[in-house]
Design a protein around this ligand. Structure first.
Ligand SMILES: [Fe+2]
Ligand SMILES: [Fe+2]
Length: 131
């Protein structure tokens, strides 16, 4: 559903890896939602996407706060909005058309977020060791 695009690489390895995992989890959920009905596999794929989204946002926010990077409040609000949308996937579980529409929106959102927000903190984290 989405390919990893080179403009999504920000050059900070742990975050690039987590972004790639997010792309993979969106694609996995899309494959389940468009395949033969399998509610158990669907729930596993939704839970995984929610879980790794939460983990990634917490990780990013912790690192940005630690290094005093600018625009953290705005960045966090963007994360909170996306997390609300990701969590909402649980509620529309049996409306697959709606799920697919939401995944397409999430895909575009993730790409725009990485390109416009996450790339913006590269300068602040330049030369820092990120774990
Ligand atoms: Fe990110
Ligand atoms: Fe972010």
């Amino acid at each position: 559903m989405i390919d990893w695009k080179d403009d999504m690489a920000i050059g900070i390895e742990p975050f690039d890896r987590e972004h790639r995992d997010l792309v993979e989890a969106i694609n996995r959920l899309h494959a389940v939602a468009t395949g033969p009905a399998d509610p158990a596999a669907f729930n596993v794929a939704v839970d995984r996407l929610i879980h790794i989204t939460e983990e990634h946002f917490t990780h990013e926010e912790t690192v940005l706060r630690h290094h005093g990077c600018p625009n953290l409040g705005m960045h966090q609000r963007e994360h909170d909005e996306l997390l609300d949308d990701v969590t909402a996937l649980r509620l529309v579980g049996d409306d697959l058309e709606e799920v697919i529409g939401m995944l397409e929106m999430l895909r575009d959102w993730l790409h725009d977020h990485i390109v416009h927000f996450d790339r913006g903190y590269r300068g602040c984290l330049d030369g820092k060791v990120i774990q």
